[in-house]
Design a protein around this ligand. Structure first.
Ligand code: MRU
Length: 354
């Protein structure tokens, strides 16, 4: 099965509602960028690359709205829409990367009519979507080469097709390993509080007939201690210039456990997830989410009323605990500052030749 979290047809954005999976497979349609911003906030769509691609389509919808309203000076309205979309989720840098790319495309359209700009911005969003799938496939192949055959991979949250425009980053590595003929099994952490591992990773792997075993988060230590896990592979929401990586809360303890048990710990992320402007993990903004995500399970309260809650959505794994960062341009190893910059420069050089 090909999971298609984000679809654009005839000027309408369609998102697979990830808050309902796996019990319901429902698509929602969007023609208003404000509703798109709300969908990102409420995690109808989630995962750093998927958020970026969705926001890009949001900008295209805003441009069309301005065109339909007969706007002659469309740029101020477009910038307001970009600000609304940027205010949704602070950690996933792909959101800001995609919005900057849409802003740069808008700069090139200065002097054009709103209708011309709307068509060109829809094409730009489509290019971002297609590039993400292509990057994931290349990244997957680089990562698959690091895995033994047979192998068992432990992963956290969902860095799969659902979290991207398709194919996935961490799960792209798993898919590529399987496609290359390797026998691969996955151990998926359930990923409290929103259960992206149980609801999304387990679902998309099972749909693709990839062997997956679900564990609760507090079982990961025992699972690694018993042996037989060959690698921990996770995605990232933002990788700082020095290689520190923000990912779903609970990733950092996995990296500590992997180090303790001599298991390689890989981050799989496209270069659009690397924030070269942020020197280290200390500069990565960490999203705090609603307390109800912790006090409630599937709408049912499981904690005392009025209890104090801390609910950071992400943690930061120090570069020193990361064995390698797998990107579409190749595999970076410590020291990450130089290695990531070299991969970025090589990718940019290859792009300018094309
Ligand atoms: O809060 P979420 O579900 O958006 O968090 C997602 C993650 O932490 C993913 O691992 C990350 O965005 C990488 S997705 C390829």
């Amino acid at each position: 099965m090909r999971v298609e979290p984000i679809r654009w047809r005839d000027g309408t954005l369609s998102l697979l509602d990830q808050t309902l999976l796996p019990t319901q497979t429902l698509r929602r349609e969007y023609r208003d960028y404000r509703q798109v911003a709300r969908a990102i906030e409420t995690m109808v769509v989630r995962g750093a690359p998927a958020i970026g691609v969705t926001a890009a389509y949001g900008v295209a919808l805003a441009a069309r709205e301005l065109s339909e309203a007969g706007a002659t000076d469309w740029r101020p309205g477009l910038d307001a829409a970009i600000r609304t979309l940027a205010a949704t989720r602070p950690t996933a840098v792909n959101l800001f990367w995609a919005l900057e790319r849409m802003g740069a495309a808008a700069d090139r359209l200065r002097g054009e009519t709103a209708a011309t700009a709307a068509a060109a911005l829809a094409a730009e969003a489509e290019a971002i979507r297609a590039a993400d799938v292509a990057a994931n496939r290349r990244l997957g192949a680089h990562g698959a080469a690091l895995l033994p055959d047979p192998c068992t991979v432990l992963t956290h949250c969902n860095a799969g097709a659902l979290a991207t425009a398709g194919y996935g980053t961490a799960l792209g590595v798993v898919r590529a390993a399987k496609e290359s003929g390797k026998r691969v099994r996955v151990v998926a952490d359930e990923t409290r509080p929103l259960l992206q591992g149980a609801r999304l990773t387990a679902w998309e792997l099972a749909e693709d007939d990839i062997d997956v075993t679900l564990i609760s988060d507090n079982m990961a230590g025992y699972r690694l201690q018993r042996g037989g896990v060959d690698a921990v592979v996770v995605g990232a929401d933002r990788v700082a210039a020095n290689g520190d990586a923000a990912n779903k809360i609970g990733t950092y303890p996995l990296a500590v456990l992997a180090r303790e048990h001599g298991v390689p710990f890989y981050i799989a992320a496209p270069l659009s997830t690397v924030d070269f402007a942020t020197a280290s993990g200390a500069g990565i903004p960490i999203e705090q989410r609603d307390h109800r995500e912790v006090t409630h399970l599937a709408g049912q309260r499981v904690a005392p009323q009025g209890i104090s809650v801390w609910n950071p959505a992400f943690d930061v794994t120090p570069a020193a605990l990361i064995t390698a960062i797998v990107t579409e341009a190749g595999v970076a190893r410590a020291p990450y500052g130089a290695a990531l910059a070299a991969l970025r420069d090589a990718a940019q050089a290859a792009e300018s030749v094309r």
